[in-house]
Write a protein that binds this ligand. Structure first.
Ligand code: 6PG
Length: 241
């Protein structure tokens, strides 16, 4: 039975500094993954792009997790080759995959180089197959853009879902063409971990936490269902760097 997250409910974990943010988030994700492996024999983690997760991935690489029992997915990807500077896969390969000891995890890369339409269609098939087999994902890590976007779900550019778990995204910044988990795909994730670091995220964070999905025009991150654990530093919460 596929997992279906309930209505959004937020939990805040506030830490003083950026290094503490990475440590707290990595510890929570590692605990969730260990619990999933203990309970179900395997675990799945959906990775965020951008810059905030980089130190989290470096800490996870050193966490001595059972990586051969863990499957990695991407919450979104830019439609660029996997060795491109803008590729989320390239960032994860550098910060996490290359640093892993022992047997590697299964990695489900979004083949952004195919272009948004073909890559989204292919990734949607991968996600559907996983969801049918495992009921969903154990943990999804998400970032927060200054405009309230998450993954590649951008304001005024939400993809038509039509039951899809992955779809084409369109960013207002280059690379414009993206592939992203849809809100329906994110609602199949048991644990949602959001990261918000730095004073620039204050307006978006406040807007998301004050929003209800029933309202119109709420930021895309506010539409993510389920229990949302926010790991934020004081700068993101107060606007004081
Ligand atoms: C991406 C991410 C995107 C990111 C936010 C925050 O592909 O860029 O998926 O949603 O999480 O833009 O980015 P920072 O962590 O760099 O602030």
């Amino acid at each position: 039975m596929p997992f279906a997250a309930g209505p959004p409910r937020d939990e805040l974990v506030v830490v003083a500094t950026s290094p503490e943010l990475a440590s707290a988030a990595a510890a929570a994700i590692a605990a969730d993954l260990r619990r999933a492996v203990a309970d179900r024999g395997a675990a799945s983690l959906v990775l965020a792009g951008g810059s905030t997760p980089r130190p989290v991935y470096e800490l996870l690489a050193a966490a001595e997790l059972p990586w051969d029992r863990i499957e990695l997915f991407f919450g979104d990807e830019r439609c660029v080759p996997p060795d491109h500077d803008d590729s989320n896969f390239a960032m994860v390969e550098t910060c996490l995959l290359r640093a892993l000891p022992g047997p590697p995890p299964a990695v489900h890369r979004i083949r952004g180089e195919l272009g948004p339409r073909a890559a989204a269609r292919a990734y949607d098939q991968v996600l559907r197959k996983h969801c049918e087999a495992r009921g969903g994902w154990d943990v999804v890590l998400l970032g927060l853009g200054e405009d309230g976007h998450t993954a590649s779900l951008f304001p005024a550019a939400l993809p038509t879902e039509d039951g899809r778990l992955a779809a084409e995204g369109r960013a207002p910044v280059v690379p414009h063409e993206r592939v992203t988990f849809t809100l329906r795909g994110l609602a199949s994730c048991r644990q949602v971990v959001f990261l918000a670091r730095g004073a620039s995220k204050l307006p978006a964070l406040r807007s998301v936490l004050a929003s209800s999905p029933a309202q119109s025009g709420v930021p895309p991150a506010a539409l993510v269902a389920g229990r949302r654990r926010w790991f934020v530093d004081l700068a993101a919460l107060t606007g004081v760097s």
